[in-house]
Design a protein around this ligand. Sequence first.
Ligand code: CO
Ligand code: CO
Length: 304
Amino acid sequence: MGPETADDAGVYRIGEGLALVDTVDIITPLVDDPFTFGRIAAANALSDVYAMGGRPVTAMNLAFFPACTLPGQILADIMAGGLDAVREAGACLVGGHTVEDHELKYGLSVTGLISTGRIVRNSTARPGDRLILTKPLGTGIVSTAIKADMVAPGVADEAIRWMTALNAAAAGLMLECEASACTDVTGFGLVGHACEMARGAGVTLEIALDAVPVMGGIMDLVADGLVPAGCYRNRDHYAPFVARSSAQEDRLIPLFDPQTSGGLLITLSPKSADSFLSMARDQGLFAVAVGEVLPAREHAVAIV
Ligand code: CO
Ligand code: CO
């Protein structure tokens, strides 16, 4: 599976029933603390392997660092944060490369293993399935507020907790419950990724606005205009594919917010969705039913 399928990662068969899952993701800093930034970048890069149903096995650092203007300790702290997340994932950091650059960026390439019979694609949702989301929305809005120095510490801390959290447990549960499709919510926002899922499968995803979980304090930041440009770009780009309710414009904003290290968006049969939600509850894992899969309608996504 290569780029033509627009899935979360590439998949390459290496033997009977076994394949590699390959992905790479690099981001610019969205928090001040270097260790935390490294941890977020790694959780974000690992996520595409989890979204396919894979198990991360190796990772390599990719750093772009302004060595003339920043002390080297910052890079060391960033990489320590990345290593922390890679270890938690049970994977090995096996190398990397650093390039001098005027803008700091960090990310990882991640290789995972997957059983060819258990690849969870993003284009295989079926009408009748339920839609589950495993992290609340708002990381782009909070990062914008952090950069503007206009965020309450509690609000930033909550967003950082979500961004540093791995999607490993949710992915394990998704395999156990035989999900029909999955992707992770990242740069295109919830609606953008829902559109990709819907178009890939030839279905419509109906999202219940009131059910969509949003991080604490987000609506206040939206009211203050702390919305990233990428959020409006997503909204304008996906507008032709989205049927919207007459809800207040503000309430729709978080659904287009570009996420870093966002949750998994999973489709499952109604029975499997029930088991997923109850098992998630037992494990103290966040999971919310946000909508359902319908036979194709005029729009790929309907927000109701
Ligand atoms: Co992805
Ligand atoms: Co990615």
